[in-house]
Design a protein around this ligand. Structure first.
Ligand SMILES: NC(=O)c1ccc[n+]([C@@H]2O[C@H](COP(=O)([O-])OP(=O)(O)OC[C@H]3O[C@@H](n4cnc5c(N)ncnc54)[C@H](OP(=O)(O)O)[C@@H]3O)[C@@H](O)[C@H]2O)c1
Length: 232
């Protein structure tokens, strides 16, 4: 990341995922990056978005190691133990929708709440959250996937709202909701991700290149991996 100070420090929440892992590898290969740490359900400290206190505890545990010039939240859930992505209204399940919001919206919101104070105040910083184009209300043409779409749309609102607040205390910070494109991963596997998705390494390179170019004036925006601004 050329736009961040030499010796910058990075944190990837969700480094065990396909895109998070590729982001981590790319940052660790960057000579300008002094430290790239991964947080997740199996790290120490552990962060589990279904256990909200773990987010505050991890931020507390890491507070002496910042400031963090780059934070990427690369976690996400489309389907899993609570159910599959809905095809129709009748498929909506309260537990699955609640789990989707816990992992896709509330977890990243709490990560913002607890880690944004650890961004540097007097240097450039970037806080990116992986969203999804299907969370765009304006772009929704196909329907379905109620829980995932709604939880990502809500996530986008959290990012936009936080950017307004953070601009007052951290005028050089950039917050961004990012769409990585279709990527081969565990999340996309049930939807032919291996066939139609790009390798995570390609997505990570594209995402970092876009983040490198964003200005504080862009903070709070929703961007695709190719630099296109996406409609809310
Ligand atoms: N792949 C695509 O085509 C695509 C398209 C659009 C958007 N995205 C978005 O990109 C992001 C990354 O997706 P991916 O494709 O890399 O998926 P992935 O390989 O399945 O990775 C998902 C990550 O989320 C973590 N996670 C899941 N539940 C969690 C929880 N309760 N607490 C903490 N971490 C949790 C996983 O951790 P564990 O290892 O512990 O399970 C893993 O690190 C997601 O936000 C996704 O919505 C992906």
């Amino acid at each position: 990341m050329q736009s961040l100070p030499s010796g910058y420090r990075a944190l990837v929440i969700g480094g065990s995922g396909a895109i998070g892992g590729a982001l981590l590898a790319s940052l660790r290969a960057d000579a300008r990056c002094a430290c790239a740490l991964s947080l997740g359900r199996t790290s120490t400290p552990a962060v589990d978005f279904e256990a909200p206190a773990s987010i505050a505890d991890a931020a507390q545990a890491l507070s002496g190691q910042g400031p963090w010039h780059l934070v990427v939240v690369a976690t996400g859930m489309l389907q899993g133990a609570t159910g599959n992505a809905e095809k129709r209204l009748g498929d909506i399940d309260a537990q699955h929708m609640a789990a989707s919001f816990a992992i896709n919206t509330i977890g990243p919101a709490l990560a913002l709440a607890h880690f944004a104070p650890q961004l540097p105040r007097d240097e450039r910083s970037v806080f990116a959250v992986l969203s999804a184009k299907v969370g765009s209300i304006g772009d929704n043409r196909l329907g379905g996937w109620y829980s995932y779409r709604a939880s990502k749309a809500a996530l986008n609102m959290v990012v936009k709202t936080a950017a307004i607040e953070l601009a007052r205390t951290h005028p050089r910070a950039v917050l961004a909701a990012m769409h990585p494109g279709t990527v081969d991963s565990r999340l996309s596997a049930p939807f032919r991700g291996a066939q139609i998705g790009r390798p995570a390494e390609a997505a990570a390179g594209d995402l970092l290149a876009v983040l490198d170019r964003l200005d504080p004036a862009d903070s709070g925006g929703f961007w695709a991996y190719d630099g296109e601004r996406l409609p809310w």
